[in-house]
Ligand binder design. Structure first.
Ligand code: NAD
Length: 430
């Protein structure tokens, strides 16, 4: 099938690469000329495991190409995916300007019938908005349908998730249109839910809001555990063993970040409010999340007396492991708070340091976790990269000025760390 994908970010690029790998002819379009040049040269502008290899394979075999001209990409395609960003705007609503710009450019490329599929996370009703915008800018006889196909991939395992999603959701206004999309997805052999556009759009928000609430729930439990002397990791284990609850998203810590949960939670609260519903539960989940870093800093201050003049090592910068994405990363929020308390920060991350240096030039970036720990009065684990789990803690202790660990992701076993002579503070555990 001839496909184009508009927006070569985390979602668009993973989608384009996987569809090409499945044998389709794919054109990736983006307004960012530097991104397109890098992609043509086989260099993904983002870090995602396996992406570079998949990109190069499909470039070599001529199944994928890239352009800055969206209309040209659309003209050559039967199915057009929109995968542009949908950030929050300042009042918490969703900023749809990238989607609108993509819709206008699609309209310019409508020479014959096209299926336009919205993969971006968009508030209910955006499918209709896109259809209206295309109609307003396309030739009068243009024929097209607009569908919703929300994306559930996770950064860090984007290719795996695109190849084997738990479910594929397709929102269409008429089932005949769904047939072509079903054909496209059939090789994946995954469960497919076909519904109307509004329901598909809502499935995405409801899913992300539920997962975010699960994280905030266990974080609230963690705070109580700290006060009553219970261990939240065992509590979470005991809860998760119940199949109705499950273990996923019950890891207490600094809270959720990233380019999706914070904005999607905010957007659903705004959609609810616009329709006269007060989503108090979700507002509470958001409040709990917003208070995590402040609470963590308070705990550090209680233990250390003051942070003024102290040197703090921070391990992990990206919003979660296996990605270089720093959007709404809790580590960045934490470092800003530490700098605000006049601490000096030394940091290390396996892939995100270059991007972080542009955001936080005041930080001293180290080449390894051990270098980041050197001379520090305390070490914080902010993102639980695998390589931190097996650090040589005895070596780490020798390098530090004071053997103090604040484990924002409950990465280590407290008794093991304490046995080595560290003072150890996790989240919600003794
Ligand atoms: P991103 O910011 O990484 O990428 C968006 C890309 O779109 C950028 O490269 C940008 O240059 C490009 N772009 C902007 N306007 C354009 C236009 N008019 N024409 C062509 N290209 C344009 O975004 P992302 O993280 O890939 O997210 C894309 C969408 O998918 C969002 O709605 C997001 O909420 C959703 N989503 C993201 C994830 C994730 O893990 N990142 C997961 C599921 C869903």
């Amino acid at each position: 099938m001839n496909i184009s994908v508009i927006g070569m970010g985390y979602v668009g690029l993973a989608t384009a690469a996987v569809f090409a790998d499945l044998g389709n002819d794919v054109i990736g379009a983006d307004v960012d000329a530097a991104k397109i040049a890098a992609l043509r040269a086989g260099e993904p502008p983002i870090f995602e495991p396996g992406l570079k290899e998949m990109l190069r394979r499909n470039l070599d075999e001529g199944r994928i190409s890239f352009t800055t001209d969206t209309a040209e990409a659309v003209r050559a395609s039967e199915v057009v995916f929109i995968a542009v960003g949908t950030p929050a705007n300042t009042d918490g609503d969703t900023d749809l300007s990238q989607v609108e710009a993509a819709a206008r450019n699609i309209a310019r490329g409508l020479t014959d019938y096209k299926i336009v599929v919205n993969k971006s996370t968009v508030p209910v009703g955006t499918g209709d908005l896109v259809a209206r915008m295309i109609r307003d800018h396309a030739p009068p006889d243009a024929r097209f349908d607009v569908c919703a196909n929300p994306e559930f991939l996770r950064e860090g395992s984007a290719l795996e998730d695109t190849l084997a999603p738990d479910r594929i959701v397709i929102g269409v206004s008429d089932h005949q249109v769904a047939e072509r999309l079903l054909e496209l997805y059939r090789p994946l052999d995954r469960p497919i839910i076909v519904t109307d556009v509004a329901t598909a759009e809502m499935i995405k928000y409801a899913s992300n809001a539920f997962l975010a609430t699960k994280i905030s729930f266990i974080n609230a439990i963690a705070d109580i555990c700290e006060r009553v002397g219970a261990d939240v990791t065992t509590v979470a284990h005991g809860m998760g063993a119940d199949r109705r609850i499950g273990h996923d998203f019950l890891q207490p810590g600094l809270g959720y970040g990233g380019s999706c949960f914070p904005k999607d939670v905010q957007s659903l609260i705004a959609t609810a409010a616009a329709h006269g519903c007060d989503f108090a539960l979700l507002r509470a989940a958001q409040e709990i999340n917003d208070s995590r870093v402040g609470r963590f800093i308070e705990r550090m201050t209680e233990v250390m007396g003051t942070l003024d003049g102290k040197t703090i090592g921070v391990l992990g910068l990206s919003f979660k492991p296996n990605t270089d994405d720093l959007r709404e990363a809790k580590a960045v929020e934490l470092i800003r708070a530490l700098l605000g308390r006049k601490a000096a920060v030394r940091a290390y991350d396996p892939v995100a340091m270059e991007k972080c240096a542009a955001l936080l030039p005041q930080v001293d970036y180290a080449h390894s976790a051990y270098e980041a720990a050197r001379g520090c009065d305390a070490l914080v684990i902010a993102t639980e990269w695998n390589e931190f789990k097996l650090l040589n803690l005895a070596r780490l202790k020798q390098l530090m000025a004071e053997p103090v660990i604040f484990d924002g992701r409950n990465t280590f076993a407290p008794e093991k760390v304490r046995a080595l002579g560290f003072r150890y503070y996790g989240v919600g555990r003794r």
